[in-house]
Design a protein around this ligand. Sequence first.
Ligand code: C2O
Ligand code: CU
Length: 492
Amino acid sequence: MAQRNWAELRARAWSTLRARRRILVATAATLAILLPLGWMWKSSLVPETYDIAAMGYPDWGGGPVDEHAGMHHGTPVKDLVADPDRPADVRETLTVRVKDGHYTVNGTSPGPTIEATVGQMVEVRLVNDNVPDGITLHWHGVDVPNAEDGVAGVTQDAVGENEEHVYRFLAEDPGTYWYHSHQVSHEQVRRGLLGALVIHPETSEAGVHEQLAVLHRYGDGPTLNGEEGLTTVDTPPGQRVRLRVVNTDNGMASLWMTGTPFEVMAVDGVDVNQPEPVTGERVGVPAGGRVDLDFVVPAGGARVDFGAGPALVFGNDPTGDDRPPLPRDVLDLLSYGEPADLGFDPTHPDRTFDYDIGKRPGFLDGRPGMWWTINGHLFPDVPMFMVEEGDVVVFRISNDSDSTHPMHLHGHHAVVLSRNGKPATGSPWVIDSLEVPVGDRFEIAFVADNPGIWMDHCHNLRHAAEGLVAHLMYTGVESSYLVGGEPGNQPE
Ligand code: C2O
Ligand code: CU
């Protein structure tokens, strides 16, 4: 009896030991996985309040390094304003209301179109009637002084309920632009806080019918100037038309014409040099981008179709209200029009930056998932592209992710040098919004001539909210605002 007990005890002791060892090994293995994960999780957390200039890491693009940059040395962003002594020529008040999650500007969406002429000082008073999150206005495509750029937490504080804010900028470059909120922008823009802005040249051509087409999806179907379906414009045969198209959506828009050839006069507000007539091709307009078309209405009428959505008819409908098929060929702006002087030499840039977009598993502010990366890094540990005023800057943008990205740099216009190694051969293709499809690689160049801290992000605003955001920062500039904080600044 005693003998059996002893053997049993020993067996039990051994099995307990074995079980303990298994637990130990399992615990160690778990810790080996959990500890680095925990560290990754913890280091992904975005602070409640932070200075954008102190986030991420500086990327000097191969140019000279300024050790003091970003450390509160230099001109504060808030001082980078338009000439305060110049009286306003164009004055607007825009009042924003939200109701059932839909935003209106002076009671409509799109909001009123702001029109100015080159040389005029524009002054817009933004009033927040009842938006609890706060609002701002960003002048998409207008290279305004930094403090007028409308990015909550970077160039101003969000404008709270019952508060107001005045924007002032000189209308310098004629073209088609738009405005939208840059506070919780992935919600506020989609839900209507937007409008068009047209800057006319000093002398406008007489006898041209101006037509605006603001494309937006409010949730249901796609709309044009807030309307679904077909819009008819009463224009006689022989009428010359300038059609200004603004894509305010998160995705690419396609447009094509039936009844007459057309010319692409301008892209992102910049004139195309010697555009040729286009027939049988469609034009792609990236999210945030604009194109201006020029055509003459023929006797049989003309029609412009926008994707599977709305259409514009000038005079008669040449299709007899049959949706014409989407042309297979896309107009290639890389070879459209005739070359012209760029105004600077991009062949020996002062700085060259990579902006490689990827996707990988990780944590974004503590949330596990597949997230966008910039040069392999997850937000907020992304590059701060550092430049000095006067630098010639080249960006090499490539997309190694599984989704297309309409990339938008604030405060500057850049010229496309090449796509997938193929140099541009047409008119200078100047952009502020550039579609970068999966697998593609672009080289773009610009002169750093507008000091400040400028967002450089994906204009699929959901992607921006998922971390596809970096900034271009000038040496000699210091930040004035904080993301988060009391005003709840949340630019994306
Ligand atoms: Cu139209 Cu940063 O945006
Ligand atoms: Cu994107």
